[in-house]
Design a protein around this ligand. Structure first.
Ligand SMILES: Cc1cc2nc3c(=O)[nH]c(=O)nc-3n(C[C@H](O)[C@H](O)[C@H](O)COP(=O)(O)OP(=O)(O)OC[C@H]3O[C@@H](n4cnc5c(N)ncnc54)[C@H](O)[C@@H]3O)c2cc1C
Length: 427
């Protein structure tokens, strides 16, 4: 399928830019062909244009149609995996380099927004709340570790009594407040990136699903109506990759995640839910994450599924997670419910790599893609321009094939995910 409209979400209803970009027709020559117009592809296009490369982006549907136009809008620091785990997996030096890249990812998001004047409700701060005794107990040490080993001073511990003043969220006994994090309107961020890429001279074709490509000294990329001949290829399809690239598909697993938007809340209620207008997230395995929109709607993400079908009633599916945390919203109307597909990896670190000398990919951001996919675009541009060091800091993180590869990865993953989400439920 191609040329599908944006999913019916609060984001689509408040999109501040209407792009209507023509499908690819006929044959085009370009330096770099990018497949996919989410953050990875759009950021790659911007950074490649800044380096002087001609770029053609092919998008099956619309700009930001994938996870980039549907997500929670949380822009977290660091990596999806915490630093202590990275240190024990990869050693301190590599963990430090990954931490720095994680900070640079957030900075890159902010710089692009500033430089290209992207209107996307950018705000600061994340309050990460913990419910289980073990999680609560580990928070002060985590904070101290980041302060001491990484000299990161924008995070602090919040105890239960201070937390009670900051949010009416129920069931949490401690938190960390990280003022280095940001949050934003994800679709407007994606549309703004596309506008910037176009202004820099990139070509973006919507309604242009890539059916196949062939690498060689030149890459030939085919859609139903046209062909791009390029010196380099970037595959940026993440959770929507399907069977396009079998060499990389087995290292990621597409999973579905769901969100809702309430009706606009009174200023008083909004401040009770999240006093300081930060984003919030919890420490469950299937994470709940939430924030307020500019018009005081609660935008709440919770619940996952692992099949190709979404629940029939997404609003009710997500609402039950909201009410566990905010029972006071029992009478609040839910205006929108939607889902999206993201790619996770087995160890929850992204998978960056080379398919051949002139073909690259990055995906599997495992729920941390707003900053990491943006950074990926920058690093893809660097590696294409011949500077591989920073791309390789990411590419050197070992990623494994899901057991069973693309054919048989589902049963094992579903069993594992259900086990951990059951652990969430029984505490
Ligand atoms: C509900 C939800 C909530 C999330 N919340 C957060 C969050 O709060 N913070 C965070 O950091 N991350 C979050 N994520 C993850 C984040 O959204 C993704 O990691 C990120 O958007 C990935 O960007 P991308 O450009 O790689 O992929 P996508 O945005 O998914 O874009 C891939 C694009 O490729 C296109 N495509 C696929 N195949 C082809 C083809 N053959 N030809 C042409 N085009 C093709 C698709 O149409 C799609 O537009 C969330 C994801 C979901 C689904």
């Amino acid at each position: 399928m191609q040329n599908q409209p944006h999913v019916d979400s609060w984001y689509a209803a408040t999109a501040n830019l209407k792009l209507d970009l023509p499908p690819l027709q006929g044959t085009t020559n370009t330096d770099v062909c990018v497949i996919g117009a989410g953050y990875t592809g759009l950021s790659a296009a911007i950074h490649l244009r800044q380096l002087g490369y001609s770029v053609t982006v092919l998008e099956a549907n619309r700009v930001g149609w994938g996870a980039s136009g549907r997500n929670g809008g949380h822009v977290g620091t660091g990596q999806r995996v915490d630093q202590e785990q990275l240190e024990s997996r990869l050693g301190l030096e590599h963990a430090r380099a990954l931490w720095q890249l994680g900070l640079e990812a957030v900075d890159t998001v902010c710089e692009l927004i500033e430089e290209y004047d992207i209107d996307c409700e950018l705000k600061r701060g994340n309050l990460h709340v913990a419910s289980k005794a073990g999680d609560i107990a580990s928070l002060p040490a985590e904070v101290e570790h980041l302060q001491k080993v990484y000299n990161y001073q924008q995070i602090r511990y919040v105890d239960a009594s201070e937390l009670a003043d900051m949010t009416s969220a129920r069931g949490f006994g401690g938190a960390t407040l990280n003022t280095g994090c940001r949050h934003l309107h994800p679709l407007n961020y994606a549309l703004g990136l596309a506008r910037a890429a176009l202004a820099l001279g990139a070509s973006i074709h919507e309604g242009s699903r890539v059916l196949s490509y062939h690498e060689g000294s030149q890459v030939s990329v085919k859609t139903d109506r046209g062909e791009v001949r390029a010196k380099y290829l970037v595959v940026a399809c993440n959770g929507y990759l399907e069977k396009l690239e079998p060499r990389a598909a087995g290292r990621i697993m597409p999973i579905n995640n769901y969100m809702l938007a309430t009706e606009p809340l009174s200023e008083e209620l909004a401040r009770r839910l999240i006093r300081d207008d930060t984003s919030m997230s919890d420490s469950r395995f299937v994470i709940n994450y939430w924030k307020l929109s500019a018009d005081n709607r609660l935008l709440f993400g919770g619940g996952e599924s692992y099949s190709s079908r979404f629940p029939a009633d997404i609003k009710s599916f997500v609402r039950k997670y909201v009410l566990r945390i905010y029972p006071e919203l029992a009478d609040t109307r839910i205006d929108y419910g939607w889902g999206g597909t993201l790619a996770i990896t087995l160890k929850r670190m992204p998978d960056f790599g080379r398919l051949s000398a002139n073909a690259f990919y990055a995906h599997g951001y495992s729920g941390h893609g707003v900053p990491t996919a943006t950074l990926a675009g920058k690093l893809l541009a660097e590696v294409i321009s011949g500077t591989a060091e920073r791309f390789d800091v990411m590419a050197r993180v070992p990623t494994s094939q899901f057991p069973g590869g693309t054919m048989l990865r589902w049963p094992g993953l579903v069993a594992g995910m259900l086990f951990y989400s059951l652990r969430d439920r029984i505490g």
